[in-house]
Design a protein. Structure first.
Length: 398
């Protein structure tokens, strides 16, 4: 049996290793569909995708594939759909696992049915007039039409993602079964550790401040992470701030209006902020409101930095990028080569088989990697994606 998770591993910690162990206990080989160099928060990942792939393999994953940046850097709905689409395209995945605050798959599936209801969509539009976020308006609409128990699922970040996974599985008529595992110890984005568990956001903060995180990560990845942190020169977001400000200051109101997911005159507010503020934090504070949460605004600024269009973000993944595998992962790959509905890319030469649209998409992803190469202690040359070999360690224990 093959199980999968859709994840960021930014960075990998004991909670992720616990999830992998639970999947193995269920008799599953483990696929991780992982974000690449940029993440859902609209930020560069703390460690590069190859380091995070090695960490996943050392912690129990068998195969790591990449969630394309145009989906990895999106809101919950598109993030979930992109991951489910790729897992469905592999053609060999039996289960999709997700960490969950409620730990109840049935409740997630019920919430997915609710948010897909056109009556909920119509009702939430009424609540949007109150100037609240889409997520808050949707929660209120579900509470009104489906009751408190269903709406409560939409108040927790991991449950929201689980709901979107269930919705995507239904949308794609997928045979993949959703399974939840109760989130342990600490809440998502908690700034307080609990024993050997800490949130990824807390660990990123510690890393950027030069603090040790060894107690919160598996022993198998400590040497890897200690080596990788030598390539950090403080917060990667601060490293790219001048580059991002340069990009924003060269944009016109029309350029802002063309950004993916822009809406309701937000382009004018962003343009005013860029003309008035001297830092990214200042721009975010200028624009932030009940309607526009920080996560959405960070993503918009990242879209500007990466120069994406709406069409870029609407394109379905045209291939499956393999980042690494273990011995058991090699078996999964052999099976996927027979069952996959998309080309499997394990090296740059494999892209020769892609359509023109696929090659354009691949070039877009390579550009993201080339820009990420500017964010470390040492600037790396372009072409990292094309030169890096797939990660396979025959010594990783089964």
């Amino acid at each position: 049996m093959i199980g999968a998770v859709i994840c960021e591993l930014n960075p990998l910690h004991n909670g992720h290793a616990y999830l992998f162990r639970q999947m193995h206990k269920d008799g599953c080989k483990v696929i991780a569909c992982m974000s690449g160099h940029f993440t859902q928060r609209g930020e560069p990942a703390v460690f590069d995708k190859y380091t995070r792939t090695k960490a996943a393999l050392l912690s129990g994953a068998d195969l790591v594939i990449e969630l394309p940046a145009t989906y990895a850097c999106a809101g919950a709905e598109r993030f979930a759909f992109g991951g489910v689409y790729l897992l469905q395209a592999l053609g060999c995945v039996d289960r999709l696992y997700c960490g969950s605050e409620c730990g109840d798959t049935a409740r997630l599936e019920q919430a997915a049915q609710a948010v897909a209801d056109t009556a909920v969509e119509n009702t939430l539009r009424h609540y949007l007039r109150e100037g609240i976020t889409y997520a808050a308006a949707r929660e209120k609409a579900v509470r009104r039409l489906y009751g408190e128990e269903t709406a409560a699922v939409l108040t927790n970040p991991n449950d929201i993602l689980g709901t979107e996974y269930a919705k995507a599985l239904h949308r794609l008529h997928s045979p993949i079964q959703l399974h939840t595992i109760q989130r342990v110890a600490v809440a998502h984005d908690s700034d307080t550790p609990d024993g050997q568990f800490a949130s990824a956001s807390y660990l990123r903060q510690q890393l950027y401040q030069g603090q040790t995180i060894n107690v919160y990560i598996p022993s198998s990845v400590k040497a890897l992470f200690n080596a990788a942190r030598q390539h950090l020169s403080g917060d990667r977001n601060k490293v790219i701030e001048s580059m991002l400000l340069y990009r924003l200051r060269t944009m016109t109101p029309q350029d802002f209006a063309a950004l993916p997911d822009i809406s309701e005159g937000l382009e004018n507010r962003l343009y005013e902020a860029v003309r008035s503020c001297i830092s990214i934090d200042g721009i975010l504070s200028y624009v932030k409101s009940k309607r526009y949460p920080l996560a959405r605004l960070r993503r918009l600024l990242l879209y500007a930095f990466l120069q994406w269009t709406q069409a870029d973000c609407e394109e379905l993944p045209p291939y499956i990028q393999v980042l690494g595998f273990s011995r058991q992962g090699q078996d999964i790959l052999h099976e996927a080569k027979k069952s996959a509905s998309l080309p499997l890319i394990t090296r740059h030469a494999d892209t020769a088989c892609l359509t023109d649209e696929g090659k354009r998409f691949y070039a877009l992803m390579c550009r993201c990697d080339d820009l990420y190469a500017l964010t470390g202690a040492t600037v790396l040359p372009c072409g990292v994606t094309q030169r890096t070999r797939i990660i396979f360690d025959k010594n990783i224990p089964l």
